[in-house]
Design a protein. Structure first.
Length: 112
């Protein structure tokens, strides 16, 4: 059995310049853990595959296409492939979200 503690997972260099750790990566799916400190955000981007987000901690604002919504812990958000999306932490607390991409992308995410 393989186990991974999020706190011990190595942070990946990324164009968003925020803390991102890869937790799972197979030919079928990929899971990432994102931590946004107060005031941090992702750059708006398009993912070539379906993605779902699961909020672990804090409150964040998710923008998918033309929709924008504040969400909190224990919320799952569906983000269809090829739709621009973004996350913002407009709070004064840490925001953590699990990102699952299915199937595993074979092309890169496109920044807008």
């Amino acid at each position: 059995m393989q186990t991974i503690k999020v706190a011990e997972a190595a942070a990946l260099k990324n164009p968003h310049k925020v803390k991102v750790s890869k937790l799972y990566d197979t030919e079928h799916a990929q899971a990432m853990h994102i931590t946004l400190e107060p005031g941090e955000s992702l750059k708006k981007h398009i993912t070539p595959v379906d993605v779902f987000f699961y909020v672990l901690e804090g409150t964040g604002v998710v923008e998918i296409g033309e929709e924008r919504k504040e969400v909190g812990p224990d919320t799952l958000i569906n983000s269809p492939a090829k739709i621009p999306h973004c996350w913002y932490n407009e709070s004064d607390k840490v925001f953590r979200v699990l990102v699952v991409k299915v199937p595993r992308p074979t092309e890169s995410t496109k920044l807008l």
